[in-house]
Design a protein around this ligand. Sequence first.
Ligand code: FES
Length: 123
Amino acid sequence: MQSLLSIRFLRSSRSPVNVSPEFAEPAMQQILICQNRTCLKQGAIAVLAAFQARPVPGWSVIKAGCMGQCGNGPMVRILPDNIWYCGVRPEEVPEVVKRHLINGRPVRAMLSPHFHAVPKSKL
Ligand code: FES
């Protein structure tokens, strides 16, 4: 009965429950690459292959459905950072891997202007 009351207290409590870092869920680090029709026509298969050829520990490469940005692809979204890249070319993938995934600094010149204030310089 005591444990049931404790569970109810935890569920009803508005204060965050402290969880030891060793038991905390790691944030999902994902590279989502749109593989829907329009992005496929714009070269998304090669972009997916470029990311798969450069695996980074702790990061998952995910084939994604339409991201609602058709025509601006190939679209790549990085989570949990919620960074969107548009018009990604396979030859740009090593830069994203090195600067963003490994060093934690998004590649400003590739950011989608729809989601980020920095304009894409290559447009
Ligand atoms: S097809 Fe890729 S964003 Fe819609």
